[in-house]
Design a protein around this ligand. Structure first.
Ligand code: S3P
Length: 182
């Protein structure tokens, strides 16, 4: 069955902490909606010609954040797509306001235990390198959740398959009042 055209009118920006599954779920959501998928971290790496870990190490977090802001602004100029943002992107007031203007924001939320388990599968995240990931993620939850809560839609995810989260997002998008979608 073809996706409802009303769900394909605006970019859908996935927001949430590292490890929550923004890229995996985003890719599947894009396939379900027959929209392009963009991964902001990947686009930043392409633009910089090096990895995020290298950007942090060689140029510092501030430069990374500036690049992240530019790349997301550019992506939001494109037609409707599913956009997986990096965990810190929505914390930047300019990026947040662009996302609010040009996209439907979806906060993917998961328990600390789930996040800790998931981030352990990848060791390339500079904010976690050499640190206790549970402690870092707990601190980021405290700092970021009040801001992530400004998202248009909140989806609780667990350790289940990405398809369940995709279904939940599609359901939430479909039940949004039409006036709020335009
Ligand atoms: C970050 C999250 C990462 C990446 C960078 C910083 C953060 O993206 O942008 O390492 O500040 O939370 P993911 O959320 O895709 O891991």
């Amino acid at each position: 069955m073809s996706p409802d055209p009303a769900l394909r009118e605006r970019t859908i920006a996935l927001v949430g902490l590292m490890g929550v599954g923004k890229s995996t779920i985003g890719r599947r959501l894009a396939a379900a909606l027959e929209l392009p998928f963009r991964d902001a971290d990947h686009e930043i790496e392409k633009a910089a010609g090096c990895s995020i870990a290298e950007i942090f190490a060689e140029r510092g977090e501030e430069e990374f954040r500036a690049g992240e802001r530019r790349v997301i602004a550019r992506l939001l100029e494109e037609g409707p797509h599913v956009l997986a943002t990096g965990g810190g992107a929505f914390m930047n007031p300019k990026t947040r306001s662009l996302i609010k203007d040009r996209a439907i924001s979806v906060w993917l939320k998961a328990d600390l235990d789930v996040l800790v388990r998931r981030v352990s599968r990848k060791d390339t995240r500079p904010l976690l390198a050499g640190r206790d990931s549970r402690q870092v993620l707990q601190q980021l939850m405290n700092e970021r959740y009040p801001v992530y809560a400004e998202s248009d839609i909140v989806i609780e995810t667990d350790d289940g398959p990405a398809a369940a989260a995709v279904d939940a997002i599609m359901g939430a998008l479909a039940s949004r009042p039409r006036a709020a979608v335009d």
